[in-house]
Design a protein around this ligand. Structure first.
Ligand SMILES: Cc1ncc(COP(=O)(O)O)c(C=O)c1O
Length: 381
């Protein structure tokens, strides 16, 4: 046995975090500069982020806000979504996508996902449209764009959840200027990580103005003030915007590092029965925000058993996502959902492996070796 093989056949000594942020001296220096400038709240750095992000995604407007959740909520409110309305979304997402619908007073309607990529199935969404449907919220899951063409064809306002999709392209066009509003997250694990924060992009001048009015509550009239709408405190501070600007500089380089990690995983899981990556569409540019696999019966044990065994191997994993309609808040308050068998099956099988530009190839090899060992022990006759 080669020394390399020998060294990789033992448990990793330190815990491999699932998705640590890739930040360094540039971010530290930028934060120090922001603090020294005296702009702790929204100021020139937030404005610069808005301008540069709009250019990056090719949208007319980008508005920096306090979270991806706030971005989605503000977009829905600005589109006039409210009590009595329905908004169609996917059950395979972080609960925030559905929570913001509830926050407006509207009812979330979950359309089942496609088995192939676990993005919202446009055919299922079309069946659920009623006179009360006010908007559709597709999610670009893991960075694979949802199939927007048939969704746009429904003729309803579309708010994209692009929390995973800062770099994505749908059929050759960058995600960010394709629908009424597109909402990005700057959360600590995201491709452009500020710790917390979000950005909403749109090509619609009026919508941008409405979102701005809802976000910033200061409107000067001489030395006094006035407000046109009772808005939300959802602006982004310059301290966080300055981190996001550094991350924007690195976004394509970081994606290339993750892509290499994806290649290593793809080659490895091809050899493991019952461990299957989620499909990607070669017509689109995938952001590779996460590396999820589906753990099916041939893998010999459940997803949860794999997660536990990998943790014992010092390998951190996560689950993206448990179906939202099965979470307590939704199953109790919105029990009358259409059947969602594809989402429910996926929700029991999904496991995300460590992926981050902060990880080295040796880290990913450790995760792969641990997965091989666990698989071998779970499938031993
Ligand atoms: C798919 C998806 N949507 C929305 C969000 C919410 O973003 P934020 O945490 O910035 O509010 C997340 C964040 O984890 C997410 O993964």
């Amino acid at each position: 046995m080669s020394p390399q093989k020998l060294s990789s056949s033992v448990k990793r000594e330190t815990f491999l975090g699932f998705q640590p942020p890739a930040v360094g001296d540039e971010e530290v220096a930028a934060v120090a500069e922001a603090i020294r400038s005296g702009w702790l709240t929204t100021g020139p750095k937030a404005a610069e982020l808005e301008q540069r992000f709009a250019e990056y995604v090719g949208a007319k407007h980008a508005l920096a806000v306090s979270s991806g959740t706030a971005a989605m909520h503000l977009a829905l409110v600005a589109l006039g979504v409210g009590p009595g309305d329905e908004v169609i979304t996917t059950p395979i997402t972080w609960p925030a996508t559905a929570n913001v619908i509830v926050h407006t007073g509207a009812t979330p309607i979950f359309a089942d996902v496609r088995d192939i990529d676990l993005n919202i199935d446009p055919a299922r969404a079309a069946e659920l449209v009623t006179p009360r449907t006010k908007a559709i919220m597709p999610v670009h899951l893991y960075g694979q764009p949802a199939d927007l063409e048939p969704i746009h064809a429904l003729g309803l306002p579309v708010v994209e959840d692009a929390a995973h999709a800062a770099e994505s392209e749908y059929r050759g066009r960058k995600v960010g200027g394709l629908s009424d509003a597109t909402c990005f997250s700057l959360y600590a694990t995201k491709s452009i990580a500020a710790g917390e924060g979000g950005i909403v992009t749109t090509n619609d001048d009026e919508l941008a103005e409405s979102i701005r009015a809802l976000t910033i509550m200061r409107r000067g009239h001489g030395s006094l003030y006035d407000i046109a709408v009772p808005g939300y405190k959802a602006n982004l501070s310059d301290v966080l915007a300055s981190i996001a600007l550094c991350q924007l500089d690195k976004v394509e380089r970081h994606r290339a590092l993750r892509l290499r990690q994806v290649e290593l995983y793809d080659a490895a899981v091809a050899e493991l029965d019952g461990i299957d990556p989620v499909a990607r569409d070669s017509r689109d540019l995938h952001a590779h925000h996460l590396y999820p696999v589906r753990v099916s019966a041939e893998a010999g044990e459940t997803r949860d058993a794999y997660r536990q065994a990998l943790a014992e191997e010092n390998i951190g994993t996560s689950v993206h996502f448990l179906p939202v309609h099965q979470l307590i808040a939704y199953r109790e308050r919105f029990p009358d959902q259409p059947p969602l068998p594809v989402a429910e099956q996926a929700g029991a099988e999904l496991l995300s492996l460590p992926l981050s530009p902060a990880h080295s190839e040796a880290d990913i090899e450790d995760a792969i070796e641990a997965l091989r060992r666990v698989h071998a022990s779970f499938t031993a006759a």
